[in-house]
Ligand binder design. Structure first.
Ligand code: KG4
Ligand code: ZN
Length: 389
């Protein structure tokens, strides 16, 4: 089966073509093509992602990226002869110019050696205007080709990303626990079986990536702030120098698996107010203090969840799982305290938003294709959860 996958939930326009052999979860996967355009530098000057700007960029990039992808993978879509152009214009009524781009691509498409069999697309969660570009492109492709259209969940994608090793999914023993940490989410997800995700704890306010980005702004560092904080914290960490700032560990000792990062952010703000200016020394010490606090909270809560649920597999996923300190502290804690638990951390190249993970999630749901006319983007789509039978 050859899958075309599309991801536009935030500021990355990402598409890939993945060939699968066998059935989920024991299939093998070959990435035949993978293209990604990051809008990060565009959003940098605003210090964050603006949904409508993201949408416009996705709409501008998606068809050119699709053409490059098909040519890289030597593939094509089996378009039907008679296409109702008005229907395409209706589909893209909110994405100015995309209908014309799309129709000229359909007319000019070159035949490749392979034909796509199905289309998978992120329909949530994420920034709704951004999501719609991917969703509508996928709907238009499904409509013009008659191929199955498989909606996928972005956070389930991150879980698959973390399990992806070369060309297979790593084996998972249940119950498994996923700690998903990104710009929009911070949650503990309990998996008792494949396809069932129970959110047992989450942030009560900011997502951790959002907190990283906001603290970076206070330190006058560019967007996205996570990698910046990490880089500056490393200056002290590599020399084994402790931070001179003391920050709180919100909710660390509470019984629930919920977390909170907005108080931590405020603590950073107050501590910085006492500084005459933001010097490189302040940046390094605050970056380390912030990372230490976040790392401690994740380690303490993860330990609690492992013990409470008898967890056998731990999965770390989402953009913030690129953070070296968080990766190291989680990995060390599991190796030291729970040697029987298998911990999976995503390959650094697959921590950020990508479309390979959407192909993997799409393949897992290959039997759940939907009617292109009814598919919608959902900014706050919940993870699917099967109630205990
Ligand atoms: O998963 P992702 O790419 O997009 C969302 O779905 O949100 O996550 C993006 C977030 C941003 O907040 C970014 O600052 C953070 O991940 N991030 C990091 C690092 N790399 C990316 N945070 C901390 N340390 C990093 N090395
Ligand atoms: Zn993400």
């Amino acid at each position: 089966m050859i899958l075309l996958s599309i991801e536009t939930s935030c500021d990355e326009t990402a598409l890939s073509i993945v060939e699968t052999k066998g059935n989920f979860p024991d299939a093998t996967y070959t990435v035949l093509g993978n293209v990604l355009f990051s809008q990060a530098s565009l959003h940098e000057e605003y210090g964050g992602v603006f949904p409508n700007l993201a949408k416009r960029e996705h709409a501008k990039r998606i068809v050119p990226l699709l053409k490059t992808l098909l040519s890289d993978a030597d593939a094509h879509l089996p378009f039907k002869e008679d296409i109702d152009e008005n229907h395409i214009h209706e589909l893209f009524s909110h994405e100015d110019g995309l209908a014309d781009d799309f129709l000229s691509f359909v007319k000019e498409q070159k035949e490749g050696a392979r034909s796509i069999d199905a289309i998978a697309v992120t329909h949530g969660p994420g920034l709704e205007p951004a999501l719609w570009v991917g969703v509508n492109t996928a709907r238009a492709l499904a409509y013009t080709s008659g191929l199955p259209l498989i909606p996928t969940h972005h956070m389930e994608g991150h879980i698959f990303s973390s399990l992806f090793e070369k060309d297979t999914l790593a084996p998972v023993s249940f119950p498994a626990l996923a700690l998903l940490i990104s710009g929009g989410h911070t949650e503990f997800v309990l998996m008792r079986e494949w396809g069932s995700y129970e959110v047992i704890g989450m942030t009560r306010d900011d997502a951790v990536g959002e907190a990283f980005d906001k603290v970076a702004r206070m330190l006058e560092l560019p967007y996205p702030g996570g990698p910046q904080i990490s880089k500056h914290a490393e200056i002290l960490r590599s020399k084994n120098v402790a931070s001179r700032f003391a920050l709180p560990r919100p909710m660390m000792h509470e019984d629930s698996f919920d977390m909170s990062f907005s108080g931590l952010k405020t603590a950073v703000l107050y501590a910085l107010k006492k500084e005459a200016e933001i010097t490189p020394e302040v940046v390094a010490h605050m970056s380390r203090a912030f990372e230490d606090a976040v790392g401690d909270v994740f380690v303490a809560k993860t330990k609690k969840a492992i013990e409470h649920f008898g967890i056998r597999t731990l999965i770390l996923g989402g953009g913030v799982s690129a953070n070296t300190h968080i990766r190291n502290t989680i990995r060390e804690m599991v190796t030291r305290d729970y040697p029987k638990v298998h911990a999976y951390l995503p390959a650094p190249s697959l921590t950020t938003d990508n479309s390979v993970m959407i192909a993997l999630a799409g393949h897992a749901h290959r039997d759940e294709a939907v009617d292109p006319d009814t598919l919608r983007a959902h900014g706050s789509l919940p993870l699917p959860h099967k109630a205990k039978s």
